[in-house]
Design a protein around this ligand. Sequence first.
Ligand code: ZN
Length: 102
Amino acid sequence: MANGMDDRRKSMEEEYFHRKNQEAIEKLRAKMKIADEAKAAGVSSMKCPRCNGNLKESNFEGVMIDTCESCSGVWLDPGEFGQLVQKEGKSGWFSRFWNAQD
Ligand SMILES: [Zn+2]
């Protein structure tokens, strides 16, 4: 008797988590679709952290950076700043700025 109840509860839990998983997958798919569409249109799927404007990818010294169409803010992905520093060399502004942080 008790076993029957446990099994029933277990299957309900499994169904619950299965449904939650499905929802999570659907959300992830929707996000990926937005990212793909943005990429195809040449814009970033990210919004400007400052003014919520559209970010556009632009090529700066061979490094792709995100520039805001509204406030002209420039945003860097992890690693992009390092690439810019390397490109400029040790005497460059970025490098001096970076080393001043230590
Ligand atoms: Zn902005």
